[in-house]
Structure formats: C-alpha cells, structure tokens
Design a protein around this ligand. Structure first.
Ligand code: 5GP
Length: 115
C-alpha cells in the first residue's frame, strides 16, 4: 500500500490542523503557510489525487466542496471583498500534495502588479 499523503493524515487525525469545517465527505483547514490573511484548503475525504482523477461520479462531491467554499468564505468575511479559488494539478502547476485540494485565498488584493 502506498504511503498516506499529509492530507490523508489530517483526515485521519494523525496530525493536527486548524480545522474550519468537517462533514462525512469534506474537510476544510487553514493552510500552514498562508499566502494571504485568509488561506484555507477544502478537500474531499475521498482519496482523489488531482483534477485528472475526478470522475463523473464525483460531481455531487465537487458541488459539495463548492458549497463549503461558499459558506466558509462568508464565515471568514471575504465573500463580499472577493477571493481566489485555486487547484494545482501536476508538476508544472507545482502541486505538492497528491490529494485534490482547493486553495481559498483572500483578505487582500491580488492585483498584479500590486498597487
Ligand atoms: P499545492 O502546492 O499542492 O497546491 O498546495 C499544498 C498546500 O498545502 C500548500 O499551500 C502548503 O502550505 C499546504 N500544506 C502542506 N503541508 C501542510 C500541513 O501539514 N498542514 C497544513 N495545514 N497545510 C499544509
């Protein structure tokens, strides 16, 4: 059996995380290296490695993840100011954890160049 990913260890409560939301299907927790005042990750509990492995049968699960994103964006106070939802897929996108995850980043302007 392959080694558990760090996110599977968080799901299994083998390592701690600052958990914002949990149900039978999804988990949301703060990113350990936040890129903005608000930066959390929403993941399925099902072990899906990346967008490449999402199946048609996962449609309801992905919809649920976006419901959680919407709820937490409101709870975290960024629903109105705006936020970015990002999922990195594979090496060129610099995906470092092979368990599907959606970054939710907000609380500052992401205009580029800044200013
Ligand atoms: P990726 O680069 O795969 O899109 O994003 C992985 C994210 O997971 C990174 O933003 C990184 O900071 C975060 N991360 C990695 N290890 C841990 C951890 O042990 N706990 C938490 N909360 N976040 C982690």
């Amino acid at each position: 059996m392959s080694e558990k990913t760090i996110f599977k260890k968080i799901i299994d409560k083998e390592i701690p995380a600052s958990i914002l939301y949990e149900d039978d299907f999804c988990l949301a927790f703060r990113d350990v290296m936040p890129q903005a005042p608000v930066h959390f990750l929403v993941i399925p509990k099902k072990e899906i490695a990346s967008v490449n492995e999402i199946d048609e049968a996962d449609a309801a699960l992905i919809g649920r993840i976006f419901s959680v994103i919407r709820k937490l964006a409101k709870d975290e106070g960024i629903a109105e100011s705006g936020y970015r939802v990002v999922t990195n897929c594979g090496a060129d996108a610099c995906q470092t954890v092979p368990h599907l995850h959606y970054h939710v980043i907000g609380g500052r302007s992401m205009a580029w160049p800044p200013g």
